[in-house]
Design a protein around this ligand. Structure first.
Ligand code: SF4
Length: 182
């Protein structure tokens, strides 16, 4: 359900191609990539501010269906977008914004050294997982998973040792890791 609602929200954002007002321009659904970090994706909105002959202020804006989370996931996602845009436009991006639908306002995210390091370490982890050829185990997270439209595909309940038969969990874990269960 979360993902379906998120898809509807994103369709609305994707429907507008671009808007210009004075020295400001907003590109919706902009394709972005980083060759250095092996990233590719689409930014909900990228805002450009014209200074002199070119655009020197660029800000990624992400739209989220829910509210601001305790975890840093959304900030990391936005920072990854900033890394792509920095490479594409050859400039430094200092901040971006996330619009949380339930809060009805934007939150500024600063791309400081700490967030950049966290983002790079997650990118590195992604490369390690791909290299290892092993999908990491998922863990059931009660309400969040129950509302997730990917639950059947993800099978987080099946792999939860607390809510399922332990022997089934061990069996499934052995399929994923390829290690004997003994
Ligand atoms: S662990 Fe699986 S079911 Fe739970 S939120 Fe993530 S993708 Fe959805």
């Amino acid at each position: 359900m979360y993902t379906a609602q998120g898809t509807v929200l994103h369709k609305r954002i994707d429907a507008v191609h671009h808007e210009s007002r004075g020295n400001n321009k907003s590109e919706y659904g902009l394709a972005i990539r980083s060759l250095e970090y092996g990233l590719i994706g689409k930014a909900d909105v990228v805002e450009f501010v014209k200074v002199g002959d070119g655009y020197s202020l660029i800000k990624p804006v992400e739209y989220k269906r829910g509210h601001k989370k305790q975890e840093n996931w959304d900030n990391v996602q936005l920072c990854a977008q900033a890394l792509c845009l920095e490479e594409m436009f050859n400039l430094r991006i200092f901040e971006g914004e996330i619009y949380y639908l339930q809060n009805h306002r934007r939150t500024t995210v600063f791309f400081d050294d700490e967030l950049r390091e966290e983002t790079l370490s997650i990118i590195e982890r992604g490369f390690e997982i791909r290299k290892s050829g092993r999908t990491p185990l998922v863990f059931y997270q009660s309400k969040k998973c129950d509302r997730c439209s990917l639950l059947d595909l993800c099978m987080s309940k099946v792999f939860n040792p607390k809510s399922q038969d332990v022997s089934l969990y061990i069996h499934n874990q052995s399929i994923i890791t390829g290690e004997p269960t003994d």
